[in-house]
Ligand binder design. Structure first.
Ligand code: SF4
Ligand code: SF4
Length: 296
């Protein structure tokens, strides 16, 4: 199963996008001769909501999920981090594939739900808003295209339950698209920003700790209700992640900074540097005395 989603076309050869009202001929079912074929050779990019659903389903920590079921990759030339489903050891099949089909079916990732469609977001040069459409992927092994069923793309999306997935990652997808569309002109983001991107997008446990820490809440001014939901609801945490990333990467300010927070941080850093200098001075004094003692 190939992941054809989210490809920001910058070439003039924009593919013919299908709309929600367009018809497709397709049906996938357990009795079909190619059953499971699409899960034997996977290339599936995961979104923050995909990871959250899998994490909750498998009752794993973010760290465990990332280690056991994902592989990192770079989404663009600037090294924006992405994660894909990790296949079985030494093979290409999905770890969740069983003889009976997908073992995480109710929580399968967006790309698996969409297949054989790819969700495409396109931002044309010079335009601010992006256009969303769908591309139909026809792979030789997939016999679902020969089945006698025709339905609209919207009906297929409803059947596959992708609307919720799209809704919850819309802002995050826009962020990726904006980043990719910006191309080399904005330069490579600092390493710290890329680390923040990874944490906010894929390691919800760590990001939740970060955004509810004293240090973060001393820097950003958040509503008490939001703080409470960030402490208790990881879905809110991933939504907040996209918001924070937009602010950090593109300067779209929606989270107020506590007045004087930057100055306080600089002061704390200065005080820490002063403490270190004082320690070094005392150590040097002690070394000198010790050396004098030996010499006398
Ligand atoms: S998660 Fe399920 S549907 Fe997706 S590739 Fe794996 S087995 Fe197939
Ligand atoms: S019809 Fe296509 S999507 Fe369904 S099992 Fe066969 S290869 Fe996979």
């Amino acid at each position: 199963m190939s992941d054809k989603s989210d490809i920001p076309y910058q070439s003039p050869l924009v593919p013919n996008l299908l709309a929600e009202s367009d018809l497709i001929q397709f049906r996938c079912h357990k009795g079909i001769a190619c059953f499971n074929e699409c899960c034997r050779n996977i290339d599936i990019t995961l979104t923050p909501y995909d990871l959250l659903r899998l994490k909750q389903r498998l009752e794993l920590s973010s760290k465990e999920l990332l280690n056991q079921y994902t592989l990192p990759f770079e989404m663009d030339a600037h090294g924006t981090p992405g994660v894909k489903l990790k296949p079985v050891e030494g093979g290409t099949a999905c770890q969740f594939m069983t003889e009976d089909g997908c073992s995480v079916y109710e929580d399968r990732p967006t790309a698996c739900r969409y297949y054989p469609l790819g969700l495409m977001s396109i931002r044309k040069s010079g335009e601010y808003s992006d256009e969303q459409g769908f591309a139909l992927v026809k792979e030789d092994h997939c016999l679902g295209h020969n089945e006698d069923r025709t339905l609209t793309i919207q009906e297929y999306r409803e059947e596959q339950g992708v609307e919720e997935y799209d809704e919850l990652t819309r802002e995050w997808r826009r962020l990726i698209l904006k980043k990719k569309s910006a191309g080399p002109s904005i330069g490579k983001p600092p390493e710290m920003s890329l680390q923040l991107f990874f944490m906010a997008s894929y390691n919800v446990d760590q990001f939740q700790q970060f955004v509810t820490s004293e240090q973060f809440l001393g820097t950003y001014q958040l509503e008490p209700d939001l703080i409470e939901s960030l402490k208790t609801d990881q879905l809110e945490v991933i939504k907040f992640g996209a918001r924070l990333l937009k602010q950090v990467l593109f300067g779209e300010i929606t989270i107020e900074v506590v007045s004087g927070a930057t100055e306080k941080r600089v002061q704390r850093q200065k005080a820490r540097a002063e403490e270190l200098r004082e320690l070094a001075r005392k150590q040097a004094e002690a070394d000198t005395k010790a050396a004098e003692g030996k010499g006398s």
